[in-house]
Design a protein around this ligand. Sequence first.
Ligand code: ATP
Ligand code: MG
Length: 402
Amino acid sequence: MRILLFTGKGGVGKSTVAAGTAALAAAAGLRTLVLSTDAAHSLSDAFDTRVGSDPTEVAERLYVQQVDAQLRFEQSWAEIQGYLLSVLDVAGVDPVAAEELTVIPGAEEVLALLELRLQARSGQWDVIVVDCAPTAETLRLLALPEALGWYMTRVFPVERRIVKTLRPVLSRAAGVPMPEDTVFDAVERLHHELDEVRALLSGPEASVRLVLTPEQVVLAEARRSYTTLSLFGYRVDGVIANRVFPAEGADDWRAGWVVSQDAVMEQVSESFAGLPVWRSVYRPTEPVGVHDLTDLATSVYAGDDPLVAPTGDGPFHVSRSAGGAVLHLALPFVSRADVDLARNGDELVITLRAADPGGGVGSYRRLLTLPAVLARYRTAGARVERGELQVRFEERSEETAT
Ligand SMILES: Nc1ncnc2c1ncn2[C@@H]1O[C@H](COP(=O)(O)OP(=O)(O)OP(=O)(O)O)[C@@H](O)[C@H]1O
Ligand SMILES: [Mg+2]
């Protein structure tokens, strides 16, 4: 089963290109689902039909689903939220404020992706196309299970046992209610399910496509997404430049745009060297409905197989070296000075300083759980070469082996 995600800055044409790619897949004979986690119902608009929160058939083999993020949120978070609210209540926090405190920004988006897991397990689909939220923020949140991995495997079960035996005593001593078993169950289930979603999205059959329009600010954001997606282990396998002005028969106004878009397209090719850059012309009308969308996608991919399985190592792999191994992580556009590394047991903490869209400097951090082969080695050095972070691992010497 192939999973394709489309992301990019607001309004660049993510939903249109995602829907078109899905329509093309269905036309080629594949059972295709295109799902969106966006509350704006843009897939309904693109297909010009009413789309429900269950897969709705819009053409032969082509189904569209608009995930009800609110509902998914309530199903997965209700138990945990209920407990947090009871604690905040004891602490005297106003119920309305408490409600807000128990909602994590972006959580709805992430929990909506749980639907992807269900659909992927159903065995009903050859292809699932995901129309993502603007930018890569959502996928970043999927790093949460990995970041909590150590806590969830080592600390959480112990805490759970302690609370179970001492619940009445603890509740009295702490003055706040202790979580019931069902709360622990809910946390564990959520952790496990999110981890599965992340595994699906960073797996060998999944890839992300960046949609952009040939404008400087849009390109800047696409480059940042490329870096963060790679940092978190998601494979980017192509770029779609949408709303490219045709040069033929241009008046002065359009000719101006053609020149400035050409200049940005030059930078797009340089930025994403090694990846296919597909072009989609600015159409005279909005591409709406299965026919228009298929037509758009046909010209975008221009004979390339839109579902071709990703090749190569992906953003993360390990290679052997004399007396150790090297961890490779793709970090396009990054220099060594932008990266901070720390070793913490069998985790590698990678912190990336990146210019944020507001012009300031933000940072992204990944707690990467080292594969077993690396965990027993010591970290011996790191460098960044041609957009790739390489961390050297070596056998521990006799003195440090203990
Ligand atoms: N190549 C194109 N030519 C003409 N119109 C286009 C083209 N691509 C997209 N559009 C139109 O541009 C508008 C925005 O496109 P779309 O909804 O796909 O963007 P989006 O990136 O999904 O937006 P959002 O960030 O709001 O989800 C729509 O009205 C769509 O029909
Ligand atoms: Mg959209």
